[in-house]
Design a protein around this ligand. Structure first.
Ligand SMILES: *Cc1c(COP(=O)(O)O)cnc(C)c1O
Length: 414
């Protein structure tokens, strides 16, 4: 496993992470994070940072967010014991059911939280970017709920690949703008959303979808997604009388995983394991395993691990799961890997499909293909730790993946 620090430095950084000192005043998680943006964006980010500090601990804001989470999102989501997987794997397996959250995944926790913050900051409209369309749908739904106009930038290629989600966003009242420049996928969409935001940083709010980007977004998204881990930790104690031995989550940009892991970071006995997309294998361009295969660099406003070639050019990525198909990752994960607190591994497309199939038949739940990566990691770990108690973050449901599943698992079976 890759470590970038000397042992002494790593343990000092981990101590500060556990003490809640990151991000620091400069928006850094140790060496990672920060703000690598054009001057024109700095005032908007400063305003957002002030808003995060002003509102996220405000009792009225918290009460309003909690009401939306319970009445509209459907929180707390269940923690389900998985009897058949437990018997098969020789472990006690629990599933944190973000698939049961409104719109079918964890992304809504972040979208509704940021939309509420945007209202407090006086924004008149929301812009968002989306790759697979899941964050666009969550943003469109949250904006509809709060009566905010919403524009979603989406790469032209993604619009075609994810046509049902374009339809969902439109039904929810959003304007979808196909981006024909750049790579015509998520990276180009983010650039376009940023451009829109800079044009009117006071009237417009940029609703970012994962724990990435310039400070304070990684902090803001972690704060909003940590509801997953807080609930799971309390539910484990209530349902089993103690903490789990290990917690698993898939890692794309890193929002469901940081939300799941963060409340457990101070629990030394709890192993935290993040699973990345190993795609077709370890060759450059065949995967999206940013932490396990990347090197540090700057992408979209933030210093973190990146998939890049020897010249520092960002690599094309591949994953069967659109939600994990991104060459960057949130800066806090880079710190957690470098300090050794979280272990990151990769899972191939084929392994993820096999785990998806196993979960469907065993537990009557169709997980997202993203989520299935976490199942593979958990199954392998359980084989080495008989009798252990595990929690898997079931980040979303697999209904959105039916076209991919028709072409793969179901091929020739219909
Ligand atoms: C978007 C998505 C992911 C990956 O995003 P993170 O920010 O890494 O959580 C994982 N699972 C599901 C179901 C998703 O929709």
């Amino acid at each position: 496993m890759q470590r970038l620090f000397e042992m002494g430095e790593a343990s000092a950084l981990l101590k500060r992470e556990v003490a809640g000192e990151f991000p620091d005043a400069r928006g850094r998680f140790g060496p990672y994070g920060g703000r690598y943006v054009p001057e024109t964006l700095v005032p908007a980010l400063d305003r957002l940072e002030a808003g995060v500090h002003r509102w996220l601990d405000d009792p009225e804001f918290i009460a309003e967010l909690d009401a939306q989470l319970s009445e509209w999102v459907g929180r707390p989501t269940a923690l389900s014991y998985a009897p058949t997987l437990s018997a098969r794997w020789g472990a006690k397996v629990y599933l944190k059911r973000e698939d049961l959250a409104h719109t079918g995944a964890h992304k809504i926790n972040n979208a509704i939280g940021q939309a509420l913050l945007a209202q407090r900051l006086g924004a008149k409209r929301i812009v968002a970017e989306t790759g697979a369309g899941q964050h666009g749908v969550a943003s469109a739904a949250a904006c509809a709920r709060l009566g905010l106009p919403c524009t979603v930038y989406m790469g032209a290629i993604d619009c075609e690949r994810q046509a049902p989600n374009v339809g969902r966003m439109k039904l929810l009242g959003a304007t979808v703008v196909p981006v024909t420049g750049g790579d015509q996928t998520l990276r180009a969409a983010i650039d376009e959303a940023l451009r829109d935001w800079v044009a009117d940083p006071n009237g417009t709010y940029y609703l970012l979808g994962s724990a990435v980007g310039p400070h304070p977004y990684p902090l803001l998204v972690r704060r909003l997604q940590s509801v997953i881990g807080r609930e799971a930790r309390a539910q484990m104690i209530r349902q089993t009388g103690g903490l789990p031995d290990a917690v698993f989550a898939c890692v794309g940009g890193g929002s469901n995983s940081i939300g799941m892991f963060h409340p457990f970071i101070g629990d030394e006995s709890v192993r935290l394991i993040g699973l990345e997309a190993g795609g077709r294998g370890p060759a450059l361009g065949d995967n999206s395993a940013t932490l396990t295969m990347g090197r540090p660099g700057v992408l979209q406003g933030c210093y973190s691990m990146l998939l890049q070639d020897a010249d520092g050019q960002i690599q094309e990525t591949h994953s069967i799961s659109a939600g994990l198909d991104y060459p960057g990752v949130g800066p806090e994960h880079s710190l957690l890997m470098s300090t050794g607190r979280v272990q990151y591994e990769y899972v191939t497309d084929d392994e993820a499909l096999e785990s998806l199939s196993e979960c469907c038949a065993a537990e009557g739940i169709i997980p997202a293909i993203e989520t299935a990566h976490a199942f593979t990691g958990a199954r392998k770990w359980a084989a080495q730790h008989p009798g252990a108690t595990l929690v898997i973050c079931l980040s979303g449901r697999g209904d959105k993946d039916m076209p991919t599943l028709q072409r793969t698992l179901l091929k020739g079976k219909l």
